[in-house]
Design a protein around this ligand. Structure first.
Ligand SMILES: [Zn+2]
Length: 70
């Protein structure tokens, strides 16, 4: 999977099944700028994973700040 694949469709087999004519999309995380190229399903996992991660890290920072730490 690379930038040339964005906008194309692929039939991709996974352990769970086959995605027929899955569109390859490119998304990026506004919080850290990381980019992902892959199926929409993969992109959904990427976005959800980053949201969860950044929310977690932000919460840790808030807790540390509220305790008077750095
Ligand atoms: Zn991110």
């Amino acid at each position: 999977m690379n930038t040339d694949d964005v906008g194309t469709t692929k039939t991709i087999g996974t352990d769970e099944g086959v995605s027929i004519d899955a569109e390859i999309v490119r998304v990026y995380c506004p919080a850290c700028g990381e980019e992902f190229i892959g199926t929409k399903r993969g992109a959904g996992g990427f976005i959800a994973g980053h949201e969860a991660y950044h929310e977690f890290v932000n919460r840790q920072d808030l807790i540390i700040t509220s305790m008077g730490g750095a």
